[in-house]
Structure formats: structure tokens, C-alpha cells
Design a protein around this ligand. Sequence first.
Ligand code: ADE
Length: 248
Amino acid sequence: MEVHILTIFPEMFLAPFQASMLQRAQERGLLHVHVHNLRTFATDRHHITDDAPYGGGAGMIMKLEPMVRGIQAIQENFGPSHVILLSPQGMVLTQEHAKTLATQERLLLICGRYGGVDARIQAYTHAEVSIGDYVLTGGEIPALVLIDVVGRLLPGVLGDPHSAEEDSLFHGLLQGPQYTRPVAYGGLRVPDTLLSGDHAAIQRWRRRQALWTTLQRRPDLLSTAPLTPQDHAVLHALQHAGASPDGS
Ligand code: ADE
């Protein structure tokens, strides 16, 4: 996948792409990231990218022309792309949305700043995406979040082909607890089922824990998660019969 970023702060993208998954994905040729300085597309002497809002009000608005010029130049040089504006007014990014974005060949991410972006940018974008119901100082960190979320879903990026599938939220539920050595620490023990070697029992235990964690922390997810009749029976027991998440 090729990802283009249009920003007035290209330096914000240096370190995150020099470590961990984002670096490995690029080294292996699975992800190609190009950071473009929006200011280079501002044709005035001072390379101005923002201006006061029509109708008055606090804050500055990012100007349309440098952004459109940037989008057009990138598309002319590299080819057509799926254009996304990062903004707190966008649709909130979900794992499901990330899965569809991971099928795109080329993304172009536009990082807004200040009090917002001239609304006419919508004529040049395919989607407006938020990373959550809070306001950051700009779209740069949200763009990094989006690239991380989507990048790890690209085939071959994670060593184990199943690891993305086991993620929290991949099947619409939160992941249950995980453990590693030692078996006992300060009186805290790893649940016996995980040590039993009985793979079917371990799978059942994990599913039950995922249902329990989701029920406790994000019950809203249960209405859209793909649940089996067995899941519904487990949930019913957890909710109504006072059953414990450990299986008793
Ligand atoms: N810019 C500022 N806040 C944002 C958010 N929550 N998501 C995406 N872009 C943003």
C-alpha cells in the first residue's frame, strides 16, 4: 500500500516510521509512505496555508487552494488515491472501516489544523475520518493512528498471519485476558484451563472471557458483534444466572 500525507508539519512523521511495525512494513516493501509539505503548494511569497474565517469567529481556517493543489499534484505524480481528511467532524474510525481501507492501493491523508479546513475540501475528498470523540491540535497524530491501524492489517506485515484476527475488536468483541510466564507471581496464578493443553477447552475459555470482558466494559458492542447461539447462551448465563466468567 502507498500512503501519502499532506501536512504543514512533516517532521512529526519522522520518528514513528523509524521503529517497530511501521518501519518493518516499509523495509519489506509492503508499505510506502510519502510525506508532503503542504506549504510547498502555497504559491504566495510567505507560503500561507490559513486565513480568517468568513463570518468572523476565533481561530484560523486552512485554505482550500494549497490543499487542492497538493492533492492534484500528488495524484498526477503517483496516480489516483482514496482521499481522507482527518478531522474531529469525521466518521469515527472503527476496526471494520480499517479493514476496508486496508484494501485500497493508495491513500492520501490530509491533516487539518487550527480551527478547521475550508468546507469546500469535501468536493476533493472521499471521506472525513475522526479517531475519536476528542479534539487534537491537528490531524497529524490521527493520520499516524490510521496508518498504524491499517498498516498492521496488510498481508504479510504481522509475522503470524493469524495475529490480526485475534485482536481485540477483530470479531467485534474485546479480547479477554492473556498471560505469560511465570505461572504464579505474588499469589496471582494463571488460570488452570490455559495450562491444561486441552485446545478445545482453551478456545471455549477464551471465547467466554471475551464475552465477559465485552459485557463488562463495552456492552454496546454486543448488539453488532457476530454471535453464535452458544455465545448467546453463555451471555445469558453470565447476565442472569450469576455464572462466573471462569466457567463455573
Ligand atoms: N483533528 C483534531 N482532532 C481530531 C480527531 N479526533 N480525529 C481526527 N482528526 C482530528
